[in-house]
Design a binder for this molecule. Structure first.
Ligand code: PMV
Length: 359
């Protein structure tokens, strides 16, 4: 398995103009990806729940033009032209051009919108890059109609990864593994795969209520954070631990052991932030209210025995995870005791989803 398989041979069809629309979700990692090599190749394998409600919807319109040496595109967010997004897309196009050699043959209009508020502190790069990758693959499928669905999804995930690492876990659902793990068949650093083993019913329909603690721009970007794992004093132990946690999760997902699930997922979240705090330079993305919420969750869990847990992304927001069958008392607790710690009382009710959809 290598990158070469994604370099197309000569296309059998031509197409002059058209447009495709896809919606693609965000995802939340259970075992975290933090630290990368060249070309967004991960230092360790990760696994995530695909989400359902936090999505990006992208329409890609294209028209044939005379080949020049530059890419040609305009990008709009919520109908507003966004020239400040152009460098990111330009870099993405440069990285994927060898895999999509038609890119310079077209002028593209990229129109995009998110279902979650723009300034929610929820990263739109996973959903945004995967939605764009899906649209580009729809165009490639017109040029090569024999393409199979499995190749389509693999290559979409592979391209999305080159836009933003974790975006490769947003193409399909409901549990996605990205990064090679010796006990997970088919797992690869190149793209995300559907988790291939048995999953207990308790983990189907898992709920994720996202508490928006801080909606501001984060002080340290993921790109900078990943790079600080180079020469990090705990890096090799951390990468080893991710392999071990994923190994343990295979059994846990099969036998429905929610307590072990909670231990792994919460430890992963705190380890991610511990890596940030022990980087040089060090930084903290949690806020006082993040800790208030975590302590309240632990207290509530101790008092009720309900399987509520939390995880964190590279930010201050808290993802509250729980099985659907316990949703009523847990939502009640969230509304009564946790929402007070959210900025303007804002939170988003999400749950496990099944990946990108063509519109
Ligand atoms: O995809 P990136 O480069 O934005 O990195 C995301 C990393 C985390 O969200 C912190 C963890 C993960 O596995 O999603």
């Amino acid at each position: 398995m290598n990158e070469q398989q994604f370099i197309p041979k000569k296309y059998s069809n031509t197409i002059d103009t058209g447009k495709f629309s896809w919606s693609s979700p965000s995802n939340i990692a259970l075992v975290k990806y933090w630290g990368k090599k060249q070309d967004q190749l991960p230092e360790n394998p990760s696994i995530s729940f695909t989400l359902e409600n936090c999505k990006t919807i992208t329409t890609l319109s294209f028209s044939n033009r005379n080949l020049t040496s530059d890419f040609s595109f305009d990008i709009y967010l919520d109908n507003e032209k966004k020239d400040d997004f152009k460098p990111k897309i330009e870099t993405f196009f440069k990285r994927i051009e060898v895999y999509l050699p038609f890119l310079k043959n077209y002028h593209f209009v990229i129109e995009t919108t998110n279902t979650f508020p723009h300034s929610s502190g929820i990263a739109s790069s996973a959903s945004g890059m995967s939605a764009l990758a899906m649209c580009l693959m729809s165009l490639e499928k017109q040029l090569n109609p024999e393409m199979t669905t499995s190749y389509f999804n693999q290559k979409a995930s592979f391209l999305a990864r080159l836009g933003s690492g974790s975006a490769c876990r947003s193409v399909e659902g409901d549990l996605i593994v990205w990064g090679h793990h010796e006990n997970i068949e088919g797992s690869t650093n190149l793209y995300g795969i559907k988790y291939p083993y048995e999953v207990h019913d308790i983990f189907k329909n898992y709920q994720d209520t996202i508490l928006l603690v801080d909606k501001g721009e984060k002080q340290v970007s993921s790109t900078v954070g990943h790079n600080l794992m180079h020469n990090h004093p705990f890096a090799s132990e951390r990468f080893k631990q991710a392999h071990e946690n994923l190994d343990e999760l295979i059994q846990v997902l099969k036998n429905g052991d929610v307590n072990s699930f909670i231990n792994i997922v919460e430890s992963e979240a705190l380890t991610l932030h511990a890596m940030m705090m022990t980087s040089l330079p060090y930084f903290i993305l949690m806020k006082p209210n993040t800790l208030e919420i975590i302590n309240k969750i632990w207290k509530f869990r101790n008092n009720t025995g309900l399987p509520i847990s939390f995880t964190l992304d590279a930010g201050a927001n808290v993802h509250v995870l729980y099985p659907e069958k316990h949703a009523a008392p847990i939502l009640e607790f969230i509304k009564n005791e946790l929402v007070a710690y959210c900025q303007n009382g804002h939170y988003i009710c999400d749950k496990i989803g099944f990946g990108a959809k063509q519109l």
